[in-house]
Write a protein that binds this ligand. Structure first.
Ligand SMILES: C[S@@+](CC[C@H](N)C(=O)[O-])C[C@H]1O[C@@H](n2cnc3c(N)ncnc32)[C@H](O)[C@@H]1O
Length: 251
């Protein structure tokens, strides 16, 4: 494993202890609605109506997986390089009684058979940990079957630029949209290095991997706030904070 990726993994093992400390709270959420946004449900409705076999790259706490099964998925295999995250997600899936299995492995290079998934689902803080966006897209395209889909719901690549000032949005003087990477200073912190991929680079990687772009939507609403009661002018509706992408593998 690459040295920087190994460093990030160690940080995530530590940060994922949050999923263990907050196990009961997350279990309660999993027993309720789970973590799919309304727009995700709408965009994925035709796919979920077919009871897809889902592979979730970078599955984290796994709340998305429980929600995917409740929304119609036949099963979900979550892949995450944090054994702490995968362990907590597996225990939670068992407690809720949903068909989710977790594999501890690095993305890209997941130990999942070619063309075995109807849907590869990912996002909410996933792509920024990919050192090689083309390798990521190729792995997703490999795992999805012909006619199947890749769905991404992610933080917008412009987000690292926004300050969290409450009076008005400002651009951080230490960041560039076109930088290759920066050190994460929020969560998981501790020197983790995020890679930056522009929207153009992400879409190009997906199409170059052989998938056909069907939907690309940008949203003002962030997918994550450091605390639920935090407000920032950058989230008031004028700037992009998240996006969704749906692509299909040709038959
Ligand atoms: C912000 S979380 C997002 C995951 C999930 N969508 C969620 O909401 O919990 C990022 C996850 O990616 C995992 N991760 C980061 N880089 C990875 C890699 N190269 N291979 C596998 N997992 C990775 C981390 O362990 C962490 O659980």
């Amino acid at each position: 494993m690459d040295k920087v990726v190994a460093g990030n993994r160690a940080v995530w093992e530590q940060a994922s202890m949050k999923h263990v400390r907050e196990y009961d709270e997350l279990l309660e959420q999993a027993r309720g609605e789970g973590r799919l946004f309304a727009r995700e449900r709408e965009l994925l409705a035709p796919v979920l109506a077919e009871a897809p076999v889902v592979v979730h790259f970078q599955s984290g706490h796994g709340l998305d997986d429980v929600a995917l099964v409740k929304a119609g998925a036949k099963s979900v295999v979550g892949v995450d390089y944090s054994s702490v995250a995968a362990g907590a997600a597996q225990r939670r899936a068992g407690d809720v009684g949903v068909s989710c299995q977790y594999v501890v492995a690095e993305v890209p290079g997941v130990p999942i058979r070619d063309a075995s998934a109807d849907l590869v689902y990912t996002g909410k803080g996933a792509l920024i940990w990919m050192r090689d966006i083309d390798a990521w897209a190729r792995d997703a395209a490999r795992v999805v079957r012909p006619g199947g889909h890749l769905f991404v719901y992610e933080g917008h690549p412009a987000v690292p630029l926004w300050t969290w000032d409450e009076d008005e949005p400002r651009i951080r003087p230490d960041r560039s949209y076109f930088a290759e990477s920066h050190v994460n200073d929020t969560f998981p912190g501790n020197g983790a290095q995020e890679w930056q991929w522009t929207l153009g680079q992400i879409v190009t990687a997906v199409t170059r991997a052989g998938l056909r772009l069907q939907i690309l939507e940008e949203y003002a609403e962030p997918f994550w706030r450091p605390q639920d009661d935090t407000t920032a002018a950058a989230w008031s509706g004028r700037l992009p904070n998240s996006y969704a992408l749906l692509a299909q593998k040709p038959l």
